[in-house]
Design a protein. Structure first.
Length: 185
């Protein structure tokens, strides 16, 4: 079996009854992108002509090596966690909500929220008249914050776990952007 990797994928499609393309993020574990196609299709079944607008392997984040292990393997439960954060914000006279997504390695959600508050996006994409969706507990405009393992499919949650090992000096994985048909993966 080839080495298993965590993939972060930006999906796009135009569901029936919609006027503009919609997007969502999908996280999956596989040896290759192509191996994830059935799970991608099951994730968004009402999405005709679903495609990828971007993707990356997630093997290094913030000086941590990301490894996929079977649930049956023993790994330290004290290790930090990998989080996905989707920030939303507004720019005056721009008729849309802008988004900024990031992956971060932290001990808990509160620390991940604090990381979000330090981004330039968070500091610069708000103005007084814009109604934002403020998280009640932490008081910041975070559309979504998840531990990555929460975002895996049920079968992957039951089978795999994510191990983070400190490993300085490695570059983070490249991001591939464009229009990628599932049939071409």
């Amino acid at each position: 079996m080839s080495e298993l990797k965590l993939f972060m994928i930006l999906l796009g499609c135009k569901p029936p009854g919609r006027h503009v393309e919609q997007h969502d993020f999908f996280f999956g574990i596989a040896s290759s992108l192509k191996d994830l196609v059935p799970e991608i299709e099951a994730f968004w079944p009402e999405a005709p002509s679903i495609h990828l607008d971007g993707w990356r392997e997630v093997t290094v984040v913030e000086d941590h090596e990301i490894n996929i292990r079977l649930k049956s393997e023993n790994i330290s439960q004290e290790s930090p966690k990998l989080f996905f954060i989707n920030l939303g914000g507004y720019t005056k006279n721009k008729f849309e909500e802008q988004h900024y997504v990031l992956l971060t390695v932290k001990d808990n959600k509160a620390d991940a929220f604090n990381t979000a508050k330090q981004t330039l996006f968070f500091k610069n994409n708000h103005f007084e008249a814009a109604s934002t969706h403020i998280d009640d507990k932490y008081g910041i405009d975070v559309d979504d914050l998840y531990e990555i393992e929460e975002l895996l499919t049920s079968s992957q949650k039951d089978t795999y776990q994510i191990e983070l090992l400190h490993s300085s000096g490695q570059e983070e994985d490249p991001v591939y952007l464009g229009y990628f048909k599932l049939s071409s993966l």
